[in-house]
Write a protein that binds this ligand. Structure first.
Ligand code: GLN
Length: 498
């Protein structure tokens, strides 16, 4: 990996910090000795993992992709980092990202854009300098994590997924991106964007590798008040046991997969529809039964998400005030420390979002925007509960409906409405007036239309490579979704489907 970083690290720009070489080599040789003695700490002992730069690590900086935290050194390791280190994994680098997780194309990083390492012929695009106008986005906000996995700068990477930030870059870069149920993996040490939606996700080249990392990270954490309680974890295993016993190891026999008509949105490229249809055929060949389903409130998910996420963000980001930690404007002449720090420290998109978030929370508008968005979130959740055959374990009195042929174990949709957009077309006019871009910052929001419903519902979701577009030859992912807490069925299907 270090060799690959040297060779193509700059061109891809996936990393903000790379761990000290001597330290890594020392760790790697200790791991090797353990393996040779048959005393490895876990399957991940000595395996290099990259970490999105909004997850706190004691070593290396934690910048959140922003000038605001460009020199920030966390005093502690996030719980996921502790678990990885305990398993012997090597934390190789901190991955580039859209500032504070806000964005879909990784063009909002203080440390430069991430370049999509795929080429149209499926090979790495190593001479990107020569073709700046053809550079494609790696997706965001975990673009560095996805590009690092795709170009072999690490074995696997952690990202964060609030509204699709693991699944969208995975789709654009042709890798696997998994977002667990809300609360499954500890958020302690993940810098908050929108707490009620934030999850830590996993990016790898295949589903079996996701399972390895998930096995290590899916633990109750008493330092995260939103961590799924041990009782609930056990109850899910017990309540779903009958269904898990019935899973066929070599096929998808007995599995029903829903195809929601509402995901066929106007913006969905025809070439993506073709890949979706090919995915449906493949599932049938594997023995699954395909069931047309309806999730009637899907169209409200995107606006509801962008009201709720921004409202939460505007409150979370209030802590960056120039006094406690991070960037501080040191202009002695000015007595506006708070305003100056935030004006200079935050990037343009973050400032736009703080303003929109504050706006929807202001008195009068709260009732008009925020409360309806909360209600719509419930309706989106309800849509999913209505179609899944397994009950939502968070709801009292919910019962399994395993034999109802209209209900499904999982849902298949595209992960994105298009293949990776060009970087130029992803930079809004407001940030690049010279460039004559007609794009408004809000135009980018539509790229999240496939991923935000699962985030609002807190259910697990995974992007697996679906194929390449007939039009431009670039990869696109297909997304599988399952009931809250039912990662097992999701990964079981994804494993055979990939
Ligand atoms: N693109 C979405 C946003 O900007 C999702 C981001 C994320 O999941 N962190 O809010």
């Amino acid at each position: 990996c270090l060799g690959n970083i040297k060779e193509r690290g700059k061109a891809v720009n996936a990393y903000i910090s790379v761990e000290d070489r001597d330290y890594l080599q020392q760790q790697a040789s200790e791991a090797q000795t353990r393996w040779l003695k048959g005393q490895s700490k876990s399957v991940l002992d000595g395996v290099p993992i990259a970490i999105k730069d909004n997850i706190c690590t004691e070593r290396m900086k934690t910048t959140c992709g922003s000038k605001m935290l460009q020199d920030f050194q966390s005093p502690y390791d996030a719980t996921v980092i502790k678990l990885l280190r305990k398993a012997g994994a090597l934390i190789i680098a901190k991955a580039n990202m859209d500032q504070f997780g806000m964005g879909s194309a990784n063009v909002y990083s203080h440390f430069g854009h991430v370049n999509n390492p795929q080429n149209t012929d499926g090979h790495f695009h190593l001479s990107m300098e020569s073709l700046p106008s053809h550079k494609r986005s790696a997706g965001g906000s975990s673009g560095g994590s996805a590009a690092a996995v795709a170009s072999d700068l690490c074995f696997a990477a952690l990202g964060s997924d609030t509204g699709g930030s693991v699944r969208l870059p995975a789709s654009y870069c042709g890798v696997v991106g998994f977002k667990p149920s809300y609360g499954r993996i500890s958020r302690r040490g993940l810098v908050a964007y929108a707490n009620s939606l934030d999850t830590i996700g996993i990016l790898t080249k295949d589903v079996a590798d996701v399972e390895l990392l998930y096995g290590i990270l899916s633990k109750y954490d008493n330092q995260d008040p939103t961590s799924m309680l041990p009782d609930l974890r056990e109850r899910i295993e017990q309540e779903f046991a009958q269904h898990y016993d019935d899973l066929d190891q070599d096929s998808l026999k007995g599995i029903r997969i829903g195809i929601p008509q509402e995901y066929r949105v106007q913006e969905l490229n025809e070439s993506i529809v073709n890949i979706w249809e090919a995915g449906i055929r493949q599932l049938k060949e594997l023995g699954a039964e395909i069931v047309p389903i309806s999730l009637p409130h899907t169209q409200y998910a995107l606006p509801a998400y962008y009201i709720l996420a921004l409202a939460e963000a505007s409150s979370n980001l209030a802590r960056f005030d120039g006094m406690r930690y991070g960037y501080s404007d040191d202009n002695q002449e000015s007595d506006l420390l708070y305003a100056d720090t935030r004006t200079e420290g935050f990037g343009s998109e973050v400032k736009r979002r703080i303003m929109m978030g504050t706006f929807v929370l202001s008195s009068g508008l709260y009732e008009e925007h925020f409360l309806p968005a909360q209600k719509l979130r419930r309706l989106v959740q309800q849509d999913f509960n209505d179609v899944f055959s397994l009950p939502n374990p968070l709801l009292e009195n919910a019962v399994a409906d395993l034999n109802n042929m209209k209900k499904v174990h999982a849902i298949l949709t595209p992960s994105a409405i298009s293949t990776a957009p060009s970087i130029n077309s992803s930079i809004p006019e407001a940030d690049n007036p010279k460039h004559h871009s007609k794009i408004k910052a809000v135009d980018a929001f539509v790229n999240d239309v496939m991923t935000v419903p699962a985030s609002l519902a807190g259910i697990p979701a995974i992007t697996v490579p679906g194929g390449v577009s007939r039009v431009d030859g670039w990869p696109v992912g297909l997304q599988l979704l399952s009931q809250y807490g039912d990662e097992r069925t999701l990964l079981h299907i994804a494993n055979q489907f990939q």
